[in-house]
Design a protein around this ligand. Structure first.
Ligand SMILES: NC(=O)CC[C@H](N)C(=O)O
Length: 330
């Protein structure tokens, strides 16, 4: 009775995956195993929490849409308001886990732990990583010391900030890394913390999932040698509110792309300069005159995280100065 109540919201991914044989660590089907089966496959969960499961989706995370984010966020917000819920775990495919984690970090107003978890190998594989990852996630979600730290990701014995973490390698179990280091570790069912996030999140966010019914349309255009100037134009014609330019190096933009982005800005589209360098960092007026062009920089957010922040921020009214403020603060 003194154990924390943890709800496991399952959305699919490899942690719910199944392969034909024990050697299939890469070729298998994700999003197969229902949440109740996942829970009974790790009986140790019962030692650290009173757990129950809900199947929210059963999909591979690359197929997540804004509608999935909104539905999941609203369900988490409702659960977090319940007295009989102490923490929430979300099982998730790893491909867009970092996006969902950041989205929830920006929009769910609660201090209760929300912990995302996935796995790199399906449960049918040798040395499958899902069981321990799930156990660790439940430990963190049920811990008082995990409160108020924003949305967290528990993978590979680490606890990472949902804002910072990114899938950094796709064939190893240490797939998730934070540019600024993990917040802590889970070892044998105990948390060990080393740092806490300083950016605005959850309870301290100006964005609120309970009032959010649509996200702004935001697309990403990739930068590389010989890039076609038309790419940004074609994407913008979908009626976007912002374009994230996933630039080379320090967020650099090819000479022939610059006038296209200027033209889109003149039509009201917000231009956000990010970098697709792993652990990229973009400064205002370095590489491009952002003040002159009225562009925004994505700070240290990778392009897919910049897409999430712009989609949330532009769901409410605001100019480019406000958007830049949001990029510094969150
Ligand atoms: N390791 C994984 O979870 C990847 C499986 C799948 N592509 C997904 O993201 O859902």
């Amino acid at each position: 009775a003194d154990k924390p109540n943890v709800v496991i919201l399952a959305t699919g991914g490899t942690i719910a995956g199944a392969g034909a044989g024990t050697v299939n660590s890469a070729s298998y089907q994700s999003a197969k195993v229902p949440v109740d089966k996942l829970i009974v496959s790790v009986p140790e969960l019962g030692n650290v929490a009173s757990v129950r499961g809900e199947q929210v989706f059963q999909i591979a995370s690359e197929s997540f849409t804004n509608a999935h984010l909104l539905q999941l966020g609203k369900r988490i917000s409702a659960l977090a308001k319940q007295k009989d819920v102490d923490g929430i775990v979300v099982t998730h495919g790893t491909d867009t886990l970092e996006e969902t984690a950041f989205f929830l970090n920006l929009t769910v107003h609660t201090d209760k732990p929300i912990v995302l978890v996935g796995s790199m190998r399906p449960g049918t594989a040798m040395s499958a990583d899902g069981s321990l990852n799930l156990y660790n996630a439940v430990v963190v979600a049920g811990s008082a010391d995990a409160q108020g730290k924003g949305v967290l990701v528990a993978m590979n014995d680490q606890i990472d900030a949902g804002r910072d973490v990114s899938k950094s390698i796709n064939i190893k179990t240490n797939a998730f890394a934070s540019q600024w280091g993990p917040l802590g570790m889970v070892v044998e069912g105990r948390n060990y913390w080393f740092r806490a996030p300083v950016k605005r999140h959850t309870s301290n966010s100006e964005f609120d999932i309970d009032k959010l019914d649509r996200l702004a349309e935001v697309e990403i255009v990739y930068g590389y040698g010989n890039v076609a100037a038309a790419n940004a134009q074609v994407l913008a014609e979908r009626g976007v509110q912002a374009i994230i330019h996933a630039g080379t190096g320090n967020g650099s933009v090819a000479d022939r792309v610059v006038p296209v982005l200027q033209g889109l800005r003149a039509k009201g589209v917000q231009i956000v300069r990010a970098a697709h360098v792993p652990a990229g960092f973009v400064l205002r007026n370095a590489e491009q005159p952002d003040d002159k062009y009225d562009w925004v920089v994505a700070h240290d957010l990778n392009p897919q995280k910049a897409r999430i922040l712009a989609a949330v921020a532009l769901s409410q009214p605001g100019d480019s100065k406000n958007l830049q403020r949001v990029f510094w603060e969150y």
